[in-house]
Write a protein that binds this ligand. Sequence first.
Ligand SMILES: Nc1ncnc2c1ncn2[C@@H]1O[C@H](COP(=O)(O)OP(=O)(O)OP(=O)(O)O)[C@@H](O)[C@H]1O
Length: 416
Amino acid sequence: MDDGDPESGSLNDFWGSEDPIFDRKELLDIDLVPTEERIIGRDSEIENVASSIHPAIKGQSPRNTLIYGKTGTGKSLVAKHVTRSAQNYALENGTKMGRAYIDCTQTKTETRVVINLARALNEPEKTGVSIPVTGLSTDVYYERFWSILDQLYDVAIIILDEIDKLQNNEILMQLSRAGEAGKLDSCKVGIIAISNKISFKESLDERILSSLQDREFIFPPYDANQLREIMYNRDDAFKDGVISDDVIPLSAAFAAQEHGDARKALDILRNAGELAKDEGADEVTEDHVRNAREKANIDRFSQLLEGQPTQIKASVYALSVLAEQHSEREEFATREIYEMYQNITSDSALGIETLSQRRMSDKLDEQVFLDILGQVERVGRGYSSGVTNYYYLLEDPAVVQAVIHNDSRFSELEKN
Ligand SMILES: Nc1ncnc2c1ncn2[C@@H]1O[C@H](COP(=O)(O)OP(=O)(O)OP(=O)(O)O)[C@@H](O)[C@H]1O
């Protein structure tokens, strides 16, 4: 084993070397909540969310708020930015405001949400309440959580991001009714629920819905100009003069082509910088952006599709098989997709039931909203008059299948 002179290793030169491309790379981190002057094109959304929670500044009940919009439209950013600013203002004005953020893709069960909320808001040295990570019943966790809220805060704002990923809606029921149900003595609770799945409201109990729908906002996608602005406002992530002139406009054009997704724009920009760095280049060029876009597409698509239920994968898979078999066509009618879907789901390897055509097409419609698929309506002529729905893939069928095959049941299917 070599444990000789540490000075002699050539790695030392490497550790000591300066990054030739990035200066403040953290500005391109996806979780960063940028300062207000770096937030572009969301003035009215910020105003709307701020007006919903305005009463909280004085310790009164904030209005519950529901935010919808496609991915990368700034939903999480606006919710975090507005609540952070409210919390600072409240603090300076003598109101004790608590604020917690839960990502429901990571925290899906009722008990885990309560535990995480309680742990995030607790100050054990002040409350004397402990929240062990496991071991108590859900009821006890709730009791301790209510006690923490009453002891420490006049008001608490809870952001539930990607709320449609929750296993059930019990936590929403509890949080939205905590005051009237007498669980809380003095603390007021407000919820900001975020989703990119418009159909999620159908699964909600009427009472929760009416309480959440109090204020509902839909965030529109960005246009290419806004995406450009968002990126120019973060170009100090790079060393001076390292990005060539066409890099930001091209990244913005790519991100605007699908829907105006700021996450995608920033992903492309960061990945382009990383590719340039890996190559030892001293400039980020248009070619790096093109290659980064390719990589971002595959990553993003995997993320969107991987966690989806088997029924959804089966219907998207059916479309990908058709697209592969008929490379001369792009669009396929619901009926054709359904025939392929029936073939696929009849294979016992998948272990799922075959839904009706109607329900399968509902699943496809959801994927359209998430930008996994595209959909067009065509009016037929002659015998086939009437409107027919057609779907098409937004990604290469080979990429779609590669992602779905990560689910072992689908790779089994391939062998049969
Ligand atoms: N208006 C904006 N100005 C500056 N940066 C933005 C803006 N909107 C979004 N971003 C950046 O884009 C990325 C994605 O934004 P955000 O997470 O808020 O999107 P989202 O709508 O919550 O998406 P998802 O549904 O995928 O969670 C973040 O890094 C955020 O900082």
